[in-house]
Design a protein around this ligand. Structure first.
Ligand code: DMJ
Length: 729
């Protein structure tokens, strides 16, 4: 290490160049800086000689995702039908200056200014009729789009959405490829900092340039979580380093308690998606002659076998933690021993894909049984309390929310339906029931500006409404849109016979909630969202079922703008943990609607992250303590989901739409893409049915017949009642 320049920040050194490169490229987008800044930026790059060295054009290397069988062929040949059981200050400023906070890009959704003169020129008066016709033609295309410019969000590189066509000669086109490259640079900087100062550690603390293990020798918490982002970004050097560490240093045979959910979504999900992507992205596999091709899958199945012990509770609901070596499930040390509902019910995508890959039914059965036990509680309107006892399979307390401890239960309902190619309609039914419950009980409006709030019910559905949204809830706009169109664009989905008022309303709800989440960023001094926002609401609350309200079309940035009164930020909630949920939803909304405003919001958000969370010495990006303060205090932690999720969603948002098509992959709750597969090809199918509900939503089990064999009765009891199942198992 160069002790005179330990962080490589001097001109000519890697980190410095990286920042310069990002900065110079970003200048492209600063309209006020104009062409001059662009040229200066390019010159700076040429001067440093890094322009080529630092950039990889990912689209060149991303293969078509249109052959869903590509990966399956590989998987089939690997695991085939063996049928065998496997069980046993200044950098920030330098960047922000050119990232354009002095002059944000002119958005394409802002109408072009035609000027205001009322005096018509002579030629206009003389040739009024043809002039009027010409104007009407222009106006028509202005509002309804230009036939030759499409508006097809799926066309690569067209900017998507409505293009102003005729006027684009006047208004400069945004170069999304360049913006995407800036995200890649942010990833590279983050990764380099981690490599330099925290390599192999599970936590990275960028301010103190230190790391910490969660278990002796490490669990690969950061490395495994980041694998697929590196693959998508075509970062082959970085990927090689990560792979080598996994191959030589990573073992899960450790006497260590780990959180069942976090380990599943981050480690198991990360390994499985790396296995999937290396099969379809060129150059991501080890050398041809390597015997190590199944590294990720082997690690994944070893880890999953250890995690299975968490499901050995009386009910089948997993314990909150598990010891990886002793393979014993461990109830939560808090919350009366109950597991989080979201944690217990967000393991299915990973386990089911592993079952599909290996042909091993146990993974499938253990994961889906949880859904049965949870559903057998008959929660009203599909809204679940946020804690569940693993041993009893029954809920603890009445508290309902779609933020922490509740969130990904709902996400995994609709995603399970899509993951298995719509062969399991039971999960669609549950999703639809839950979404109807959300609309009935949880959607309310803020005042004075009528933002749509997805609120909480801390004392159950008959209790009061709490107008609070965790940032975590912001996965919902995107997930609702995904549920409405099945991952198609709205334009495509509208052509299907299944499209109707319900889907229209869902898209409206997604649009309004997206705006509320965006407001959480726009309302703060840093342009970054707090962990939690509270809202001023009507008294009595104006619920969605009383009538739908719409929030403001635009959010005026002025300090005294009326809409800002709707948001209440409490000092204890003003930290920002680099969370992905809002950019995650922006990604879905962009893909599904093709409305470029979502990309523009994402770009603004990305700039805020660069400006306020990049450490001055380039040692990484950190979560921050207060989004209302400039400069914000650092929390000295770079979350693994910064690499796994937040930067990945930015990258996908700014990239071409044919990468990871939403009809061919599902992203798990840690943003790890897994393929849609046909479960019947491996003879998997849903192994449970729902207990029927009466018209009021109360469980209505079918009468048992007298001639039912005894063995069958035991089985029926076990699947029909979570409480009864305790004694039956
Ligand atoms: C991630 O681990 C996952 O997105 C999870 O679903 C929620 N918490 C973090 C990100 O906020």
């Amino acid at each position: 290490m160069n002790t005179r320049d330990p962080f490589n920040l001097r001109p000519g050194s890697t980190a410095f160049n990286l920042l310069q490169h990002s900065a110079a490229r970003a200048a492209t987008y600063t309209r006020q800086a104009g062409q001059q800044a662009l040229e200066a930026g390019k010159q700076a790059l040429e001067d440093t000689g890094i322009a080529d060295g630092m950039s990889f054009a990912v689209p060149r290397n991303v293969p078509t995702f249109n052959d869903p069988n590509g990966v399956r062929r590989l998987e089939d040949s690997v695991w085939g039908s063996s049928g065998q059981s496997r069980f046993g200050g200044n950098v920030g400023e330098a960047i922000s200056g050119v990232f354009g906070e002095k002059g944000l890009p002119m958005y394409k959704d802002k109408p072009y200014n035609y000027g205001t003169s009322m005096r018509k020129p002579k030629w206009f008066r003389r040739k009024r009729a043809p002039g009027t016709v010409f104007f009407l033609i222009i106006a028509y295309f202005y509002w309804f789009g230009w036939p030759w410019s499409g508006g097809d969000a799926n066309k690569k590189g067209n900017g998507g959405g409505r293009s102003w066509g005729f006027f684009s000669a006047v208004e400069e086109k945004v170069d999304w490829d360049e913006r995407q490259e800036s995200v890649k640079d942010a990833f590279k900087l983050s990764w380099k900092a981690y490599e330099d100062h925290g390599w192999g550690y599970d936590e990275y603390h960028p301010s103190s340039k230190s790391g910490r293990h969660m278990a002796t020798g490490g669990l690969g918490w950061i490395i495994v979580d980041a694998l697929d982002t590196m693959m998508l970004m075509n970062l082959t050097r970085e990927l090689g380093h990560a792979r080598q560490w996994i191959s030589t240093s990573l073992t899960y045979d450790k006497d260590q308690d780990v959180n069942t959910f976090e380990t599943t979504i981050r480690m198991l999900g990360g390994l499985l998606s790396a296995h999937y992507l290396q099969g379809i992205l060129p150059g991501m596999k080890p050398a041809e002659d390597s015997t190590d091709e199944d590294l990720y899958l082997e690690k994944a199945s070893d880890l999953a076998d250890r995690l299975l012990s968490a499901y050995e509770s009386n009910s089948g609901v997993p314990f909150a933690s598990v010891n990886l070596k002793t393979m014993k499930g461990i109830p939560s040390h808090a919350d009366g021993g109950a597991s989080s509902t979201a944690e217990a019910t967000s393991l299915q995508l990973e386990m089911k894909y592993l079952a599909y890959l290996t042909g091993e039914a146990t993974y499938w059965e253990k994961a889906e049984k949880v859904m049965k036990v949870v559903d057998d509680n008959g929660a009203r309107d599909g809204l679940l309390p946020i804690f569940i006892y693993a041993d009893q399979g029954t809920f603890r307390s009445n508290e309902i929310r779609l933020g922490s401890r509740g969130d990904s239960y709902y996400e995994y309902l609709i995603k399970q339906y899509y993951q298995t190619a719509k062969q399991e309609p039971i999960y669609l039914e549950m999703w639809e029931e839950a979404l109807a419950g959300v609309r009935k009980h949880l959607i309310t409006y803020s005042q004075p500006s009528n933002f749509t709030i997805l609120a909480e019910r801390p004392s159950g559905l008959s209790g009061h409404i709490s107008p609070k949204m965790d940032h975590l809830v912001c996965f919902m706009p995107g997930t609702i849109a995904l549920g409405a169109t099945g991952g198609l664009t709205v334009e495509e989905a509208k052509k299907l016979p299944s499209w109707g008022t319900k889907q229209e309303e869902e898209m409206e709800l997604a649009t309004e909630l997206m705006k509320t989440c965006w407001g959480m960023y726009k309302v703060t001094a840093t342009g970054l969202a707090p962990e939690i926002a509270h809202f001023n609401i009507y008294d009595p609350p104006q619920m969605m079922r009383h009538g739908i309200l719409k929030g403001p079309e635009t959010l005026d940035p002025a300090d005294d703008a009326d809409w800002k009164q709707d948001y209440i930020l409490k000092p204890a909630d003003t930290h920002n943990l680099q969370r992905p949920e809002t950019v995650e939803s922006l990604f879905y909304m962009w893909r599904i609607t093709g409305d470029e405003k979502y990309r523009n919001w994402g770009w603004e958000m990305f700039q805020s992250f660069v400006k306020h969370t990049l450490l001055e010495d380039g040692a990484g990006f950190s979560s921050i303590g207060d989004v209302t303060q400039i400069p914000p205090p650092s929390r000295d932690n770079m979350e693994s989901f910064w690499l796994a999720e937040t930067l990945k969603y930015f990258y996908l948002l700014f990239g071409p739409n044919d990468v990871l098509p939403l009809t061919e992959v599902v992203l798990n709750t840690e943003a790890h893409p897994l393929p849609v597969f046909q479960p019947d090809k491996k003879r998997f199918k849903t192994g449970w049915t729902r207990i029927p509900r009466d018209p009021n939503g109360n469980l209505h089990p079918p009468e048992k017949t007298a001639e039912e064999p005894k063995k069958e009765v035991t089985k029926t009891v076990r699947v029909e009642s979570a409480v009864a199942s305790e004694s039956a198992i």
